[in-house]
Design a protein around this ligand. Structure first.
Ligand SMILES: *Cc1c(COP(=O)(O)O)cnc(C)c1O
Length: 383
């Protein structure tokens, strides 16, 4: 199918063929607008798939986090706890509202927020008299955070949780879908995610009042009146009817995509797991990970080549791979934010960043292409 040296991407969009008819119907009816029948249907279809009451289609996952925080009343000076090992979009909306992120380390099993570090952050907040107003818990690389203890801790302090499931559609935790594990949950349909609308996101909740309030803000906060009247500041955050058509076609193949992602993971695992010092992101007990990206760490005590050596070598072979997310507490823009670690002596997220890589995990990557990646990895690891 592909020539021997064509570019292999980290996670490219993968259309199913079902998208075109929904896009065509948008054109045929001239619904070239934010809002329209595809948007309404996409919301309903995602809500049904997830088994949740309310779904709001938006222009991005970032917008969904922003409106979720706004609904929880985050304003200037409010603290919000947030996973550190994640993409910056998890925390940026805290700052849009003038809030202050407080970052929480990962635990080594799920790579997600550590209940122990979360407890430490609450202890410190209690002592300082500066309790957080919300917590954002990320499901990293498609793996659910260990929500049961995390939610128990947050509930005990009456702190509401936003689940950032941007990378975790199609995953599950204790038999429940990721994307419905907290009061408010967020999905992303950005081009690199497991299903895509090219760009888009969704806010999900069983709290219909929250969804309707967010819908109001996302549609320029127009009061109910014939003329344009506004009692609040609004946003232009809705999803276009054309893009929602892409989403409807993609949703039909979500289960196929999860299966394919897991096959990609299995092939890497079979080929590389026997190498001493290679540790794949575990699949945490009780969860089903969509394996959005196959990620692993190289133990520097056992393996001489570094993640950078591997990334350079793959790049020379026209293969795209990436480091693990740089933790937000290490980002220049968040350098003044507090951070709480899982262990007393070391930060787990720092270890994962310093020693981790994400391998090409596209569901449209051919078996030959994945073999090319594996051969290249074996060559450099055995050298
Ligand atoms: C992609 C992503 C987002 C942001 O979603 P967009 O739709 O790109 O705005 C937020 N959080 C995480 C963890 C993500 O991976």
């Amino acid at each position: 199918m592909s020539s021997s040296n064509s570019r292999i991407y980290l996670s490219a969009p993968h259309m199913s063929g079902y998208e075109q008819e929904y896009i065509d119907s948008a054109f045929a009816t001239n619904w070239i607008a934010p809002l329209g029948p595809n948007v309404d249907a996409f919301e309903k279809e995602v809500a049904d798939y997830m088994g949740i009451q309310g779904a709001l289609a938006l222009s991005s996952g970032t917008a969904a986090i922003h409106l979720g925080l706004k609904y929880l009343g985050i304003t200037r000076g409010d603290r919000v706890f947030c996973s550190s090992l994640t993409f910056s979009a998890s925390a940026n909306p805290i700052v849009y509202e003038g809030g202050e992120p407080v970052f929480i380390d990962s635990e080594p099993v799920s790579w997600n927020m550590s209940p122990r570090a979360l407890e430490k952050a609450f202890d410190a907040a209690k002592k300082a008299g500066k309790m957080p107003k919300a917590a954002i818990i990320v499901d990293l690389y498609g793996q659910s955070a260990d929500m049961q203890p995390l939610l128990e801790i947050c509930d005990a302090y009456h702190v509401p949780v936003i689940e950032d499931a941007a990378e975790a559609m199609g995953s599950a935790y204790q038999g429940k879908a990721c994307g419905k594990l907290a009061k408010l949950s967020v999905l992303s349909f950005n081009g690199n995610k497991i299903i895509t609308t090219s760009g888009g996101g969704m806010l999900l909740s069983d709290d219909l009042e929250a969804i309707e309030k967010a819908r109001f803000w996302a549609t320029q906060a127009r009061d109910k009146a014939r003329h344009y009247q506004h009692s609040e500041i609004g946003y232009n955050y809705r999803m276009s009817n054309i893009l929602a058509g892409i989403g409807r076609g993609q949703l039909k193949v979500l289960e196929d995509r999860v299966r394919a992602k897991r096959q990609v993971f299995d092939a890497y695992y079979q080929a590389l797991n026997a190498i001493d010092g290679i540790d794949f992101m575990p699949e945490a007990h009780g969860g089903r990970c969509n394996r959005w990206l196959t990620t692993l760490t190289l133990d520097p005590q056992k393996i001489k080549v570094t993640p950078n050596d591997i990334l350079d070598r793959l790049e020379a072979e026209n293969i795209e791979a990436r480091p693990v997310w740089k933790p937000l507490h290490l980002q220049p823009v968040f350098k003044d934010c507090a951070y709480y670690t899982h262990k007393d002596t070391a930060s787990v997220s720092d270890y994962l960043f310093n020693n981790g890589i994400c391998l090409p995990s596209g569901t449209n990557m051919s078996a030959e292409d994945q073999d090319r990646v594996i051969r290249c990895l074996l060559e450099i690891l055995r050298a």
